[in-house]
Design a protein around this ligand. Structure first.
Ligand SMILES: [Zn+2]
Ligand SMILES: [Zn+2]
Length: 280
């Protein structure tokens, strides 16, 4: 069976297509299970208003849209799960406000992302007066490490997103191996996954998230993975998954996971590639 547990809806303002179209695309590609994970509403406009995330009042509509997609999916053999892409941000007040929103609903799957490219994080950097990339990169991974034990997230989306979008100069993960290993260990200890995010292939430095060397460290440490295309259009569902399976396999990883009702289900790569015939 194959699954893709990271995709958006038009409610966030920068994705297109109805949830049913994503379900159809999954069906066409032989994907058995998908999770919608649209961007969580944030009260603070620095996280982006209408152009980057749904409004707080849209949450019930989001739930209805996913419920409708689930009904449709049941008819054509695609299981649809209800998830959300939450923020990771090193500020307790922001996190408390977000936690209230998350607690107002029941999700199958909660992703955590530190979107450093948003004004929220850019203003944090300015406020701190940081002008060294090393300080910013440390802050990014320390925030993820701290978030691993919060009990809020099931998986961290694109965990090395700091490598793209220009907040810092491009760098190789080996330069920050200790910090990144600390994060991977914290995730493993808390049963939190990290995501193989295939949108990396088509943006930034055109590499998978996380970088293959981070996959190797995760394999050593025992950090588990989820699979996400980060689709913002229906045709992106399960994009480049064959490449990702091959990278995982060469890094020594034999399975990935999805979450239903907050419970982790682990599936071997053999089972995920059985139908496609992808030679892992
Ligand atoms: Zn998005
Ligand atoms: Zn996303």
């Amino acid at each position: 069976m194959t699954f893709d547990t990271h995709m958006h809806t038009e409610l966030c303002g920068h994705a297109v297509g109805s949830p049913r179209e994503y379900v159809s695309a999954a069906h066409t590609r032989g994907v058995d299970l998908i999770a919608f994970t649209c961007h969580v509403p944030m009260q603070n406009a620095l996280f982006g208003e209408r152009s980057t995330r749904m409004a707080l009042g849209d949450l019930p509509r989001y739930r209805d849209m996913v419920a409708d997609a689930r009904e449709y999916g049941a008819q054509i053999g695609v299981e649809v799960l209800y998830g959300i892409e939450a923020e990771v941000f090193p500020d307790a007040a922001e996190m408390a406000a977000m936690d209230e929103v998350l607690a107002s609903d029941t999700f199958d799957f909660v992703l955590g992302s530190l979107h450093h490219q948003l004004r929220s994080y850019q203003e944090r950097i300015a406020r701190k007066g940081w002008n060294s990339d090393a300080r910013i990169i440390a802050d990014y991974f320390e925030a993820l490490t701290a978030a691993a034990s919060r009990g809020r997230y099931d998986s961290f989306a694109h965990p090395d997103l700091i490598r793209i979008y220009g907040t810092v100069e491009p760098f190789h993960p080996s330069e920050y191996e200790t910090l990144i290993r600390e994060f991977l260990s914290a995730a493993a200890e808390n049963g939190v996954c990290i995501e193989v995010n295939t949108s990396g292939y088509i943006k930034g430095v055109h590499e998978v998230h996380p970088h293959p060397v981070i996959m190797e460290w995760a394999a050593e440490i025992g950090t588990q993975f989820t699979m996400g295309s980060d689709s913002h259009r229906p045709e992106q569902v399960a994009q480049c998954f064959e490449r990702a399976y091959a990278e995982l396999h060469s890094a020594g990883i034999g399975s990935t996971c999805y979450f239903r009702n907050g419970r982790k289900v682990e599936i071997s790569l053999e089972e995920q590639t059985a139908r496609s015939g992808c030679p892992i």
